[in-house]
Design a protein. Structure first.
Length: 307
């Protein structure tokens, strides 16, 4: 019997508790999400109940402490979630959920006040508030230090102006964890984080972007025009937003890697399964039909030259 991909590629970072979690997430994903995945990808959207259902199951707070409504697990448990979400068959859903659990909300636990935790983190863990993360701008992708969105003080308020792009969950989100400049001459010490409710006047979704894949997750362009926020919208330490968001990106990118590798593994499993059906178990006429319809059409135009 050939070795199973499932058992041979598992890393030693996962302990028996993680494997128990994996089994329960997998059952959830296969029962609740996978049957809809294709339709959601085709429709280019998925319903908000995905967040509340995941929240009810406890999966949006796996690595958050119980005191804030989480499950008290470790970082590896959130990697398990990301790997298993890949099995739902919709990259868009996995992406949207990862933004909720591992991108927009970790800075709230680490840097947020008790009031900010109550207002944003607890409902995000329950799935009743959807989060997005606003870093990228038309001129600032990899180069986060080039962010131009500006937040200036006006009395005790902050007034924010700028543009954000490629913001996952940006259309449906209730709030955004936003990076803005607060002091231009201060270089890397001139950025700050803010928690912005998306119903604040001046916050506009200017476009929902089309993508090559992950169609079901919404990816938005956002305009901020004189978005006025109270002083307590500042998250963490004024001027230290660059270091704070670099801390966040470490966890975010590793979660992205786990999801990408799990998605690739899923594709490979699917290909192997398909090849086996095509070559072994299907009847001759079924194989002939498949070769005429489903199999890739590409063939080399000429035989490769002998070396
Ligand atoms: C589907 C999707 C969802 C996203 N969701 C979000 C989100 O929710 N929130 C958010 O803030 N952003 C989001 N992003 C943006 C994403 O984080 C950025 O696309 C990413 O940071 C890269 O930025 P960029 O696209 O501007 O590429 P660029 O920064 O222009 O980079 C283009 C290429 O050049 C390379 N490069 C860049 N600088 C250098 C350098 N100095 N030296 C060598 N090579 C370099 C890069 O590695 C890359 O290969 C999303 C993007 C996508 C595609």
């Amino acid at each position: 019997m050939p070795p199973s991909m499932e058992t041979t590629i598992r890393s030693s970072i996962f302990n028996p508790e993680h494997e128990t979690l994996r089994a329960s997430v997998r059952a959830f994903v296969e029962r609740e999400l996978a049957p809809h995945a294709e339709a959601w990808e085709q429709a280019g959207d998925f319903p908000d109940w995905v967040f509340t259902k995941l929240g009810d199951a406890g999966y949006l707070g796996l690595a958050y402490p119980e005191e804030v409504g989480g499950q008290g697990g470790d970082y590896i448990s959130t990697l398990v979630l990301k790997e298993e979400m890949a099995r739902c068959g919709s990259g868009g859903v996995g992406m949207a959920v990862a933004v909720q659990t591992d991108m927009a909300t970790p800075p709230i636990l680490k840097y947020g006040s008790p009031a900010q935790i109550d207002e944003y983190l607890r409902p995000a863990i329950k799935g009743t508030k959807i989060a997005c993360l606003g870093i990228t701008e038309p001129g600032a992708g990899s180069d986060v230090a080039n962010i131009q969105t500006l937040a200036v003080r006006d009395g005790s308020d902050w007034v924010i102006n700028g543009r954000k792009i490629f913001i996952t969950n940006g259309v449906r989100a209730h709030f955004c964890t936003l990076v803005a400049r607060t002091n231009k001459p201060a270089g890397h010490h001139g950025f700050s984080l803010f928690l912005v409710p998306t119903d604040t006047p001046g916050w506009t979704v200017t476009k929902r972007l089309d993508k090559l894949g992950m169609h079901s997750s919404d990816t938005a362009e956002i305009a901020l025009d004189d978005v006025r926020l109270p002083a307590d919208a500042l998250l963490g330490v004024e001027g230290e937003g660059f270091a704070q968001i670099m801390w966040e990106l470490q966890g975010e990118r590793l979660v992205g890697v786990a999801g990408s590798i799990a998605g690739s593994q899923r594709l490979l499993e699917g290909c192997i399964q398909y090849a086996k059906i095509g070559t072994r178990s299907a009847s001759r006429s079924e194989r002939t039909k498949r070769s005429r319809t489903d199999w890739p059409r590409w063939r080399p135009r000429s035989k490769p030259r002998a070396r």
